[in-house]
Design a protein around this ligand. Structure first.
Ligand code: FES
Length: 149
């Protein structure tokens, strides 16, 4: 019985390793790393601005910002999208943290794609979704509207 459990454990481990290798080959190390361990994921209780965008793919990206004196003190994201959207949200909020609003608004989909060293063509839109959600959060803050766009 124990031998059977060991065999099953080994099978599960090998299968997971194979899936991970295929993920790295398809998306690259950086996207894979962020997907498996996304930094700054989750809602922010003391956010002063939130931007939410639903993409044509049907997935949503939400960016939460804490802004003080026109500087983004901290940022987080929430998405129900694909692995690429997780990586893109993570990059978007990482780049936005510590930036002025004028600087952060210059973070675009291309900026995010460059940071991730590209994405499969059919998933490049995920980077633009993250950038749009960031811009929406900044917009909502500027117009004094603390709600989803
Ligand atoms: Fe919809 Fe990536 S966010 S496919």
């Amino acid at each position: 019985m124990i031998a059977m459990k060991d065999e099953l454990d080994a099978f599960v481990r090998e299968t997971q390793e194979q899936i991970d290798q295929e993920g790295k080959a398809a998306y690259g190390e950086e996207v894979f790393r962020r997907w498996k361990n996304p930094r700054h994921f989750g809602p922010m209780e003391d956010a002063t601005a939130i931007g939410r965008i639903k993409g044509k793919c049907g997935d949503s990206m939400e960016i939460h910002l804490k802004i003080q004196d026109e500087i983004i003190q901290k940022a987080s994201f929430v998405t129900d999208g694909c692995a690429s959207s997780v990586a893109c949200g993570s990059v978007a909020v990482e780049l936005a943290g510590g930036k002025s609003l004028d600087e952060a608004v210059l973070i675009g989909g291309d900026t995010i794609l460059a940071q991730l060293e590209g994405l499969p063509r059919e998933e490049t839109h995920c980077a633009y979704l993250a950038a749009e959600a960031l811009h929406a959060a900044i917009h909502n803050y500027i117009v004094g509207c603390f709600q989803e766009s």
